[in-house]
Write a protein that binds this ligand. Structure first.
Ligand code: FE
Length: 284
């Protein structure tokens, strides 16, 4: 059964960090989410005034942050003294767990800065695990060329291609996320299995795309939540299309969020604030 469009969540212009301009779709003002996805930001600018201030030191607890750089260079530093470079085509998968205090600062003062930051929730029994992260450079992300001239990058989960399963560098996460970046030439089709039990959305960042059965055009720069089914079916328009595909198992747990803290109860949020204010937030 082909998944059709269920909801369109437009990316609303906003800013975060020290004034980085971005578009927030999931996790915007209405607290619209798609379990276990909490938030999706797209940042895209050629003007350094829109990104150069970066994201100075700030905390997170209770979930994972995934940064996918389409273009640009940021330096990540955390309270443990770890450093990582996020460069064009690379991904940082950070498990905030019990707590991390980090900064993400641009290492350029001109040119394009483009990419995504996605927040994925952790189950209750993993929210207080130790923090950690993986920096994955572009060359370690499998890229599969499609017969129609398109290409797929496999960041998390598995891409099934002509009977072969190609797995991305991110594995072993409880919510079993699938994260693909798909590029299609004009009028090319793309289909992929997305198991019924996963919640799924796509986000078109370049070009034009139709989705579903029957096909319907979808807007760019919006999270397109997919309905029931087990198959994604798409076709690029005359400009081609570039889009990300995200799917994961829902947690079905209560969510209480206070900015960068995402827990299950109000008491756990109060604990997070208290821990942060009293330097008990992180394990060093
Ligand atoms: Fe952060």
């Amino acid at each position: 059964m082909i998944r059709n469009i269920q909801t369109v969540i437009p990316g609303i212009a906003t800013s975060d960090g020290a004034g980085v301009k971005l578009r927030r779709s999931l996790g915007g003002q209405q607290q619209v989410r798609l379990d276990p996805f909490l938030m999706l930001d797209e940042f895209s600018s050629n003007d350094p005034n829109n990104y150069v201030a970066g994201f100075p030191a700030h905390p997170h607890r209770g979930f994972e942050t995934v940064t996918y750089m389409l273009e640009g260079h940021m330096l990540h530093e955390d309270h443990l003294g770890s450093q990582g470079h996020l460069k064009t085509g690379g991904v940082q998968w950070m498990t905030a767990g019990r707590g991390i205090i980090h900064s993400e600062m641009p290492q350029q003062d001109s040119g394009a800065m483009r990419g995504f930051q996605l927040w994925i929730n952790l189950p209750a029994n993993e929210k207080m695990k130790a923090a950690g992260y993986l920096d994955i450079q572009a060359e370690n992300i499998p890229k599969i060329s499609l017969p129609n001239g398109g290409a797929v990058k496999v960041i998390a989960g598995a891409f099934e291609n002509e009977g072969e399963s190609i797995t991305g560098p991110i594995q072993g996460i409880t919510t079993a996320p699938l994260f693909l970046d798909v590029h299609l030439p004009p009028n090319a089709e793309f289909a992929h299995r997305i198991p019924q039990e996963l919640n799924a959305f796509i986000y078109i960042y370049e070009g034009e795309l139709e989705v579903g059965g029957p096909m319907r055009a979808v807007p760019k720069q919006a999270a397109i939540v997919l309905g029931d089914g087990d198959r994604l079916k798409t076709k690029a328009g005359s400009l081609g299309a570039q889009f990300i595909v995200l799917a994961a198992k829902p947690l079905h747990e209560p969510i209480v969020q206070h900015g960068p803290f995402v827990m299950n109860t109000r008491a756990e949020i109060e604990q997070a604030i208290d821990d942060y204010q009293n330097n008990r937030f992180v394990i060093s």
